[in-house]
Design a protein around this ligand. Structure first.
Ligand code: PMP
Length: 386
């Protein structure tokens, strides 16, 4: 059997040129060659986030570290924070904010839905919140939140917006500057197409201002964006600097990957993700399966799919046996009732069709009633606009 196709919501399949950057000899973090690479990678972050005026940060760690960096640097004990709760990762944000001593209010739409914007506006207009957080795409549910609208409401009411874009940046539309998003954060291993290990953030001038106006020092050194700021500024100015050793090879890989994203073009890339997601969903619908995310809140990067009646979690290993790796459920309340498929990064028509075909065969393998070929045919029709 050839290698299995990796279709989980991160890490994803990587381009060989990205992996080749990892395999190169590790050079000094202050080598002129690496300074150039890191500086260019930071410039490329601005490009990918569509945030020419923002301050980019790339720090060794995972997406959770990116969340901690944002929360620890911008939220102080006693601050009231509104957390738009669309799944496991929104809840993670709420819990790490609570550990800082923030006063967290969860804004929880029904499962599968984005927030009601009228209600959200009323909450933000109360004047009590210093920050609002929103998970652009919650990887546990596949729900996409209306970030543009949330950021606009936050701006209108003087509230800082923190967007967890771990499962969106590079696959969903995000225009940080134009939308007035204060903090956008992600990790390397999803739609940015780099192996796990880097936290990537961009802060607006407003967010940097908020950082400078803190009453207390950030209690952690590594989580203090103020410690990282001169380092990022130095690399972008192509000067050596040191605070904590950068992940040299991963940053080099990120630079290659971000270069590829920008070469494709962010608008083209976002449209491709939307088209592939449409084709995938058409196949899933043809099988009679339903999604956790409601229409209008379905993301282009991941689908969370309920098992059909009579089928359980054994479908996931059965799909693996058919050559495609997908993920099980994650949200505690429905964990045993669904599975998740990531469709981001390099995913094109072949990967969508391969995955749907594997799901069809796996359904047959576990004894479900399935008409072979219907999912593939429906996706083909979407891909050819017929
Ligand atoms: N936020 C979202 C939306 C995620 O999908 C994830 C990872 N699945 C995280 C945060 C946390 O990222 P990491 O696992 O890299 O710490």
């Amino acid at each position: 059997m050839t290698e299995r196709l990796l279709m989980i919501p991160g890490p994803i399949e990587m381009d060989p040129a990205v992996l080749a950057a990892l395999a190169r000899k590790t050079i000094s973090h202050v080598d002129p060659g690496f300074i150039e690479t890191f500086g260019r990678a930071l410039e490329r972050v601005r490009g990918v986030f569509l945030a020419p005026s923002a301050q980019p940060f790339v720090v060794a760690g995972t997406g959770t570290l990116a969340m901690e960096l944002a929360a620890q640097s911008l939220v102080e004990p006693g601050d009231a924070v509104l957390v738009v709760d669309t799944g496991v990762f929104s809840e993670r944000m709420a819990s790490l904010l609570e550990r800082i001593g923030a006063n967290v209010t969860r804004f929880s739409p029904p499962l599968g839905s984005g927030p009601d914007l009228g209600e959200l506006e009323r909450a933000l207009a109360s004047g009590m919140f210093r920050a609002v957080t929103v998970t652009h795409v919650d990887t546990s549910t596949g729900v996409r939140a209306p970030v543009r609208e949330v950021a606009a409401l936050a701006r209108a009411h003087g509230v800082i917006s923190i967007v967890d874009g771990v499962c969106s940046v590079g696959g969903e539309e995000l225009r940080q500057d134009a939308w007035g998003v204060d903090v956008a954060l992600t990790a390397s291993q999803k739609a940015l197409g780099t192996p796990p290990g880097l936290a990537v953030l961009a802060l607006s001038a407003n967010a940097m201002e908020r950082y400078r106006a803190r009453k207390q020092r950030v209690p952690s050194l590594y989580l203090d964006l103020g410690e990282w700021l001169p380092i990022m500024q130095a690399y972008e100015a192509r000067k050596p600097a040191y605070f904590a050793t950068p992940a040299v090879n991963l940053v080099s890989a990120l630079d290659v990957s971000l270069g590829q994203l920008l070469l494709e073009g962010m608008d083209v890339r976002v449209a491709r993700h939307a088209r592939m997601a449409d084709a995938f969903r058409a196949g899933i619908a043809a099988l009679g399966l339903s999604l956790v995310a409601q229409q209008g809140a379905q993301s282009s990067t991941i689908s969370a799919i309920y098992f059909p009646a009579g089928v359980d979690g054994s479908l996931v290993p059965a799909i693996r046996e058919e050559g495609v790796v997908v993920a099980g459920g994650l949200l505690a309340a429905i964990k045993a009732q669904y599975f998740r498929v990531g469709h981001m990064g390099l995913t094109g028509a072949s990967e969508i069709l391969t995955t749907l075909a594997a799901i069809e065969r796996a359904l047959a393998r576990v004894g479900a009633k399935v008409e072979l070929g219907v999912a593939v045919a429906a996706a083909q029709r979407t891909l050819t606009n017929r």
